[in-house]
Design a protein around this ligand. Structure first.
Ligand SMILES: *Cc1c(COP(=O)(O)O)cnc(C)c1O
Length: 388
């Protein structure tokens, strides 16, 4: 029998990378040496002392049982200490911190706690797809806030019609941003907070990239802005900071009632993060800053190599202050999809067409700097020979 999917699944937006995936498989089948700059998944291994902690913790039988859904108190305390040390934000580990099976899990589940069918979520575009999909799965409707270069890729809150704002329950934001690599400062967050207070909207700030920064720039936490905790939460993750994407551990912090609502959903769906992984997470959060510093240095070198090389061949790109992405303008005469396909066919390079993250991403493509420098040099050498 062939069972039909729920309306919820049928509503999913079309998968825009299908043609590119097909071309990639075709190229690999032909034996072409494909350089994959498509996925935002660090190639550098998790630091050894964190892996070592997991090994020890896995041998402890008390960790073999169900964890508490909210996370071990010791993990939540390590999160609170890390937030205070890094951002000067004080959190109550009992009430304002919740462990997540990766931040994606929490982002996807949050709308189930606060969105009724027909309610609106304010969702940036282009963006990480989970904000919109989580909203859809909860029966909500996304009102898309375009992120445009002329606004430094920040949403223009004045353009949100008041009747939409009144129906909105949640606003998703993400800075440093994937895919545009844009950053946001306290002045923007202050405007968000007054908007959220006026319309009683929960702000969900996805802060996955706050530790991936360069030069003299250092991202702030949304929660470090006065009164942020009144209106919102922040999602965070160990994935990008400690190269732990496969481990599935993240956390949500901030407004007590929002954390409680998300926790209620989770306690009815999952049973928390494997305690051995939480213990390794504590070790990660207590790491010497040198560990993350080393990581940043690797990505900064890749960024510098690539931005310089791309500009030399005539592509338009700003050096990002944060994240390991480059958001690059497609040359005149091409769409995002056309140019991405050209790069794959003629140079064996996989990049992500900007429109795949949402319509205003048209005219751009994203490169993830998640391959070693030698491969980036090889990518540049191939690009130099390309006619466009
Ligand atoms: C990588 C990423 C995350 C982190 O996901 P995890 O589930 O914690 O691995 C969250 N948001 C954005 C925008 C990302 O790019």
């Amino acid at each position: 029998m062939n069972f039909s999917f729920s309306e919820r699944l049928q509503q999913l937006p079309p998968y825009l990378f299908a043609e590119l995936d097909r071309l990639k498989e075709e190229a690999m089948a032909k034996g072409i040496d494909v350089i994959d700059l498509g996925v935002g998944d660090p190639d550098i291994p998790t630091p050894a002392h964190i892996v070592e902690k997991l090994k020890n913790a896995a041998e402890n039988p008390t960790n073999h049982r169900y964890p508490s859904y909210a996370g071990m108190l010791s993990f939540r305390q390590a999160v609170a200490e890390w937030y205070e040390r890094r951002f000067g934000v004080r959190l109550d580990a009992q009430k304002e911190v919740l462990s997540l099976i990766g931040s994606k899990e929490g982002i996807a589940h949050l709308p189930l706690a606060f969105i009724n069918p027909g309610d609106i979520a304010l969702v940036p575009t282009p963006a990480y797809p989970v904000y919109h999909i989580g909203t859809l799965f909860a029966g909500g409707t996304s009102y898309f806030m375009p992120l445009l270069e002329e606004n430094n890729f920040l949403p223009d809150l004045d353009k949100i019609p008041p009747d939409i704002a009144r129906q909105a329950k949640v606003m998703f934001l993400n800075y440093p941003n994937n895919p545009t690599a844009a950053v946001a400062g306290a002045d923007f967050f202050e405007r968000v907070i007054s908007f959220a207070k006026k319309y009683e909207i929960i702000v969900c700030h996805d802060a996955a990239y706050t530790e991936m920064y360069f030069d003299d720039y250092k991202p702030i936490s949304f929660l470090s802005v006065p009164e942020a905790k009144e209106v919102g939460i922040e999602f965070h993750s160990l994935s990008k900071t400690y190269n732990m994407t496969g481990w599935r551990i993240g956390f949500a912090v901030g407004n007590e009632s929002v954390i409680r609502g998300l926790g209620k959903i989770k306690s009815n769906i999952d049973s928390g993060v494997f305690q051995a992984v939480q213990e390794a997470g504590i070790t990660a959060l207590k790491s010497d800053e040198v560990v993350v510093e080393r990581n940043r240095k690797v990505f900064q070198e890749r960024r510098d190599l690539m931005v310089e090389g791309l500009r030399r061949i005539g592509l338009e790109v700003d050096p990002p202050k944060a994240t390991f992405y480059l958001w690059i303008k497609v040359p005149q005469g091409y769409s995002s999809a056309e140019f991405s396909q050209l790069l794959l066919k003629e140079a064996g390079l996989v990049v992500t067409p900007g429109n795949g993250f949402g319509e205003p991403g048209e005219g751009y493509f994203r490169m993830a700097l998640t391959v070693p420098k030698e491969r980036l040099s090889e990518a540049l050498a191939r690009l130099k020979d390309l006619k466009f």
